[in-house]
Design a binder for this molecule. Sequence first.
Ligand SMILES: Nc1ncnc2c1ncn2[C@@H]1O[C@H](COP(=O)(O)OP(=O)(O)OP(=O)(O)O)[C@@H](O)[C@H]1O
Ligand SMILES: [Mg+2]
Ligand SMILES: [Mg+2]
Length: 266
Amino acid sequence: MRHHEWVPIDEIVKKAKMPEKDVLYRLKRLNKFEFVVRSIYGYAVSFGGYDALAIDALYKKGILKAIGNKLGVGKEGDVYNVLLSDDREAVLKFHKHGRTCFTRGKRYREFVSNKHHISWLYMSRLTAEREFEILNELFPTVKVPEPIAQNRHAIIMGKITGEELKVLDLEKLMSKEEIEELFNKIIEEIKKAYKIGYIHGDLSEFNILLDENLDFVIIDWPQAITKGHPDAEFYLKRDINNIVRYFKKYKIKADPDEIYKYVVGE
Ligand SMILES: Nc1ncnc2c1ncn2[C@@H]1O[C@H](COP(=O)(O)OP(=O)(O)OP(=O)(O)O)[C@@H](O)[C@H]1O
Ligand SMILES: [Mg+2]
Ligand SMILES: [Mg+2]
């Protein structure tokens, strides 16, 4: 996977240790289910096939019991409701890096800069590993989903029953004082994450979920950068600006420069 996107048929036959006609029969069926794709160079695993491999591995490890409906399709991944072996509900996020947004790729260079010829599947695995690692470092100090498991391009994390700030009308849910308190608490989480060493990098009302107790969780961390990154100031300021802009419509006044100083201060 790491070295080829397309695997020549004779190489598959060698690896499979099966007669060529059996291998061809199986490949044809996998192709029918769209688990592999075919070209003149050979076969490659498709995203669907990679999804199946990750689900199979998580099931065999005794973590996953069932997969439910799709929660949302993000720009970079699909999110599903799942049931864990201990009957807990959770969510599974498949990273689908490179499906759309190419410009975002730049930020991943921090951790892939010295690797060449990276396939999209491999890139998706790297971003899943990255998000899982960051969640492990932040949880439970920062309000982020609980990291549960990771395999290939998939991560399983705690489920937040709630909605994105984007789709809510806060004035219908809470008082002006409570809205102000929510704003302050979000800034505190930005500061805590920064103290641990991370800047979210894509923070906005789309990536903050509010639950039924009006508590919140910050999701979607794969693009987070470390505070030592050369563009750290730019991304931190942008995250802060997005939050200030969102709360402005609820008449919360705040100076982004003051908040920036507060976040990076001791
Ligand atoms: N832990 C979670 N609990 C509940 N819902 C979640 C969770 N994680 C993600 N979701 C839902 O799935 C959507 C997509 O998740 P996320 O933002 O992490 O992925 P993304 O593909 O990077 O999306 P984006 O296009 O915003 O970058 C979220 O907006 C949210 O509605
Ligand atoms: Mg998101
Ligand atoms: Mg995202």
